[in-house]
Design a protein around this ligand. Structure first.
Ligand SMILES: *Cc1c(COP(=O)(O)O)cnc(C)c1O
Length: 393
């Protein structure tokens, strides 16, 4: 079995481009050009230089000694929290802004939930001097106000999405509507491995720098490029795709995907898509999707806004169905406890999204000689208010 995308834009049964006719031109333009442009020498050298000088790559691979001692196994952390703007999202926005410039686009739109992707997009638009419009649910604008201020400070216009639950899914709908109305001058920067083909593959390729670095860095420590496990939290699945990418077809490396169970998988307030989802289409892609029996999308819930999405990227739907990856669901409480533990054992305050990945030790035991690499997708500064309220700090 192949775990990369096929020539029709599918991962097994999942993916494709299920889009309204009005978007055909934009999507075809991308499909025709993305590999050619991004594999060009000049593009690669500009991308690599910005990742190095501006984002701060390579990010360290850090051996977490006290955490390893506690769980009696070898734990390494890939420090994406040290990227400029505080998470892995900027790897993708740097790549896409360079692509947009190559395509002659002058205006950028994006959707955002917690605001992390909005900030990463506003940042690269400032860097390149392009006009930037960010769609964000009205509810999220209220609960993530520091990130709204950041986007405005960076020169972006933040437009509220007022339909539906007024969160990420609705912001995505608004961004798609904008793109339909502005097909010529606008590029839509999607923030995860979701959306119509070629977005999932394009975003995965930009994020694959994470596992490319891991291979070299792990060799320095362990004289092997292959850990026993790569582990990441999955919202749409871009940080996970980044750390899995180089290992997808290497079965010696096991893959663990960690989803948000919210109050519990069967509580009615959850975002554990692999457990609750059925095959369906969301935002242009066939994937696993939380829905009612007659196909209405179910509202997801997680304490972390970045995992609060009713679908999952088609790569991950395929990894789940083919059993290439093991999926584990973690509740709000388990994630918060794991976040506190990482802070106090290693001096690293993770994003709440990331904290979910560190709660797997309740469910899975590892051998002392096994090597685990966690993608530490982002830092917890943005979540301090939530931590303060939860732990009454
Ligand atoms: C956005 C975000 C996520 C979830 O998005 P993916 O596309 O699944 O990676 C996870 N961690 C952090 C820190 C984020 O900002």
């Amino acid at each position: 079995m192949n775990y990369n995308i096929d020539k029709n834009g599918f991962y097994g049964d999942f993916g494709g481009a299920f889009i309204p006719e009005m978007l055909h031109q934009n999507i075809n333009e991308l499909k025709k050009n993305y590999k050619k442009i991004t594999s060009d020498k000049k593009f690669q050298s500009e991308f690599t230089k910005l990742l190095h000088d501006y984002v701060g790559r390579p990010t360290p691979l850090y051996f977490a000694e006290r955490l390893s001692e506690k769980y009696k196994t070898k734990i390494y952390l890939k420090r994406e929290d040290l990227c400029h703007t505080g998470a892995h999202k900027i790897n993708n926005t740097i790549g896409q802004i360079l692509l947009a410039k190559e395509l002659g686009k002058t205006r950028i739109i994006a959707e955002t939930g917690a605001g992390q992707h909005g900030v990463a997009t506003a940042t690269v638009c400032a860097l390149m001097g392009l006009k930037c419009v960010i769609y964000m649910g009205e509810v999220d604008i209220v609960r993530q106000s520091p990130n709204v201020a950041r986007m405005k400070m960076l020169g972006a216009e933040v437009k509220p999405a007022k339909s539906g639950s007024k969160t990420l899914k609705d912001a995505t709908n608004e961004a798609i509507r904008d793109w339909i109305n502005n097909p010529m001058d606008t590029h839509y920067i999607i923030g995860s491995v979701v959306g119509p083909h070629p977005y999932p593959d394009m975003v995965a390729r930009f994020q694959s720098v994470i596992s490319k670095e891991v291979k070299e860095q792990l060799f320095e420590f362990e004289k092997t490029k292959n850990p026993d496990y790569v582990i990441a939290c999955v919202g749409g699945g871009s940080n996970a795709a980044g750390i899995y990418y180089e290992y997808l077809n290497n079965k010696k490396v096991k893959i663990i995907a960690v989803e948000a169970a919210g109050f519990g998988v069967n509580s009615g307030k959850s975002a554990a898509t692999s457990q609750l989802g059925k095959e369906g289409i969301i935002h242009g892609s066939k994937t696993l999707l939380m829905q009612t029996n007659d196909g209405q999308i179910t509202e997801p819930y997680s304490i972390s806004a970045g995992l609060d999405y009713p679908g999952v990227g088609p790569m991950h739907a395929h990894l789940f169905k083919s059993e290439r990856a093991e999926f584990i669901s973690i509740t709000d409480d388990e994630a918060m406890t794991a976040g506190l533990e990482l802070s106090q054992l290693e001096g690293i305050i993770p994003a709440i999204e990331t904290a979910h990945a560190f709660a797997i030790f309740e469910y899975k035991k590892f051998k002392p000689e096994e090597i685990l690499v966690f993608n530490l997708s982002g830092r917890g500064d943005k979540d301090l208010d939530t931590f303060i309220k939860y732990f009454k700090l």
